[in-house]
Structure formats: structure tokens, C-alpha cells
Design a protein around this ligand. Structure first.
Ligand SMILES: [Mg+2]
Length: 209
């Protein structure tokens, strides 16, 4: 069965504004002035610790990284009601179902928080798997995608990964799976285009890319 793997944050879930605010909450712990979404796009990368090293313009210690990560997630959790699904997320997921394809979510957000959230939106019946991060904070997606693919098994012929970050494209390339990048705002458009995969403005368009 043809299968689509969706990213969550910045792709199905439109939360870039909260992410930038949460980053600023972390930066405030270091007396670093807040950034805007454009500056976020200038510096965003994975592993996320490297992103903060760019913003602080120095190396960070393991303890500092823990403080950053905890601060980020504490803020993000409280701010969550101020974000929602991407405009055409529901139509895109229903379109996959109506095509007779299967689909799943693979996110780097904490697994225990992701699953109830996806369920809360009523999306779980559309998914054969929902996998979040059960590993360390701020990893790259590559190992997670490999595990997700192996858990999906051979019955699902993965034809596409849809994500919003260069990390999604890199993970897909390393796993040998096609990828489309959705311009959800985390990177400059030119950077997405330089990744060498199709770039789309809507999730529905990703299905036909
Ligand atoms: Mg994302």
C-alpha cells in the first residue's frame, strides 16, 4: 500500500510563532535579546543545540542545553492552545485516505505529548502509526526515520515524506525515500529550494508534487 509520512511541527501543526516565542524564553535565561521569525530562519538548524550556539555565539555546556530545552518545552506546552492545524492539514489527510493510501506521523516532539495531542484532534483513526521522540532532546531525524520505516514494515510502500525542515529532507535522502518540503516558515524559501526536493506552499500540493 502506498504510504505518506508526515512531519508534525511546522507541517501538519502550524506552530512556528509559538516556537519563536519559546526560543526567546530560553534566550532570556542568558540575557540574550529576543529574535524574530526572520532571525530564526537565519539560524535554525539541527541538532538544535547548534542553533542555540549560533544565537549565543559561543559553545554551550550540557547543563545549559538542559536548561534551554526545559525552558523551551515548559513555555511551548503552556502556549499550545494558541496554535492550530495547518490550514489544509485535515483536507490533505482525508485526501490521502480517499486515495486508498496509508499514512503516519513521525515527529521529533516528545512521544508521550504528541500522541494525546494527535488524538485530541481526532487524527489517530487516519494514521497507521504516530511516532514521536523517545530518545534524547534535539536529535536529528535520521535514526528516527529508519526506525519508523522498519516498524511500518514492507506492507507499506513509502512514497513520500512531507516535512518543513532541511532535517526532514536529509533524513529522507539518507533513507532513500522521496521528500517534499512544505514552506511552513522555519527556513528561508531559498534554503528549502537548495535542498534539491520539490517545495510546496500547501499540504495538498505536496501530494501531487
Ligand atoms: Mg517540522
Amino acid at each position: 500500500m502506498r504510504h505518506i509520512i508526515w512531519d508534525w511541527n511546522g507541517t501538519l501543526f502550524d506552530d512556528l510563532h509559538l516556537t519563536v516565542e519559546a526560543v526567546n524564553e530560553s534566550l532570556a535565561k542568558f540575557n540574550v535579546p529576543p529574535i524574530d521569525s526572520d532571525r530564526y530562519r537565519d539560524h535554525y538548524t539541527r541538532p538544535v543545540a547548534l542553533f542555540y550556539e549560533r544565537l549565543l555565539d559561543r559553545d554551550i555546556t550540557v547543563e545549559e542545553w538542559r536548561l534551554i530545552d526545559t525552558t523551551f518545552h515548559d513555555f511551548y506546552r503552556l502556549a499550545l492552545p494558541r496554535a492550530q492545524l495547518a490550514r489544509d492539514a485535515r483536507s490533505a489527510l482525508e485526501s490521502v485516505r480517499d486515495r486508498g493510501w496509508s499514512q503516519s506521523i513521525l515527529s521529533m516532539w516528545w512521544h508521550e505529548e504528541l500522541v494525546p495531542f494527535v488524538t485530541g484532534y481526532g487524527l489517530d483513526p487516519l494514521m497507521v502509526r504516530v511516532d514521536g521522540n523517545r530518545g534524547d532532546a534535539g536529535e536529528t531525524k535520521r535514526a528516527h526515520l529508519e526506525r519508523h520505516l522498519s516498524d511500518l514494515g514492507a506492507a507499506h510502500d513509502v512514497i513520500l515524506v512531507v516535512g518543513d525542515s532541511l532535517d526532514d529532507a536529509q533524513a529522507a535522502a539518507e533513507a532513500g525515500v522521496p521528500c517534499v518540503l512544505y514552506d511552513g516558515g522555519a527556513h528561508h524559501r531559498s534554503e528549502l529550494e537548495a535542498a534539491g526536493v520539490p517545495v510546496v506552499d500547501t499540504l495538498l500540493a505536496a501530494l501531487d508534487a
